[in-house]
Design a protein around this ligand. Structure first.
Ligand SMILES: C[S@@+](CC[C@H](N)C(=O)[O-])C[C@H]1O[C@@H](n2cnc3c(N)ncnc32)[C@H](O)[C@@H]1O
Length: 299
């Protein structure tokens, strides 16, 4: 199986660094982010100039060959606007190009852009409603994409400061964000950090840090089910102290987080030092979705 994953990932331009397995989830730290595989879900997160969409067709074929599954309950592709779109390789040179490519595989889909398309924004593609049922089990994903990072805070993610990944996890406070997680982390040479956290029942979180001041960036993602993410948001921004961050929350109709969007709209205009500058809500098939953008008023 590992050889199959390696072959798919080679098309994307990334490699497996390490693997952690629980009874319901296999978690992979990659050279360019992370991959999570469970019985009924596959998540691939990449960065840089990787070509993530090249994984889709071989993945569909692999799942058919190995598991006999031939129906996709749902798919989501999302990303923030690129800092340097001209550095990207086809089919990732623009969101319309990515949408055309995805439509070529899945038929005419649904594409949205949230936030300010002339500044910070977040693009999302999913398939059109299908004749079969979508994901019925509770499903939620929360993501923070952070920029304007203080070099003092980013210093933990340099080999010259932290001896290894474990030291960076502890010294930075990442280990306190979702305690009791089994953490698989990697500190790159000379800098850069990736971690996957696993909790029971297929729950995961993943953090990727690019600390170089010219293009510093941190991403946090989890599927931990909560009916309010305010404390979690606060814990994440307390660790990374970004000047700016997006927050996206996806939750389907059976998730405990399904009504969080109303709470967000009414009560999350300011969270600690953070002031919301953009807020969009949408209902996409069985999912409630919100996009918020915050600025640190102290930075
Ligand atoms: C954490 S990794 C990949 C995660 C990616 N930034 C994301 O947000 O998903 C990126 C950071 O590791 C550093 N790095 C060092 N060696 C690397 C390698 N062989 N592959 C990828 N990143 C490497 C980069 O300079 C950068 O600071």
């Amino acid at each position: 199986m590992r050889a199959d994953w390696e072959s798919i990932l080679s098309l994307v331009n990334c490699e497996i660094i390490s693997v952690t397995k629980s009874d319901s989830l296999d978690s992979y730290v990659l050279s360019e982010s992370s991959m999570f595989v469970s019985k009924d879900r596959f998540i691939l997160k990449t960065c840089g100039t990787t070509t993530l969409l090249h994984a889709i067709k071989p993945l569909i074929q692999l799942v058919k060959n190995v598991c006999g599954f031939d129906t996709i309950a749902d798919i989501f592709f999302s990303r923030k606007n690129f800092e340097r779109p001209c550095d990207q390789i086809a089919p990732h040179t623009s969101f319309p190009e990515e949408v055309d490519w995805l439509n070529g595989v899945f038929g005419e889909g649904i594409a949205y852009s949230f936030g300010r398309v002339n500044a910070d924004c977040w693009h999302m593609y999913t398939t059109s409603p299908q004749p079969h049922k979508g994901v019925e089990k509770p499903d939620q994903t929360v993501e923070l994409l952070m920029t304007d990072l203080d070099p003092e805070v980013m210093k933990h993610y340099y080999k010259s400061v932290s001896m290894d990944g474990k030291a960076a996890t502890k010294n930075s406070g990442i280990d306190k964000i979702l305690p009791k997680s089994v953490i698989d982390e990697h500190l790159f040479e000379p800098c850069g950090y990736s971690a996957n956290g696993i909790l029971p029942n297929g729950q995961y979180w993943t953090i990727h840090i690019t600390p170089e001041p010219e293009f510093a960036y941190v991403s946090f993602e989890t599927n931990v089910p909560l009916d309010n993410y305010k404390e979690l948001f606060q814990r994440v921004v307390d660790v990374f102290k970004p000047g700016r961050t997006s927050l996206t929350i996806f939750a389907n109709k059976t998730s405990v987080a399904k009504d969080i969007h109303l709470e967000l709209a009414d009560n999350w205009e300011t969270v600690g030092n953070y002031q919301r500058t953009d807020f969009n809500m949408a209902i996409v098939k069985d999912y409630n979705l919100s996009y918020s953008f915050y600025k640190n008023t102290y930075s």
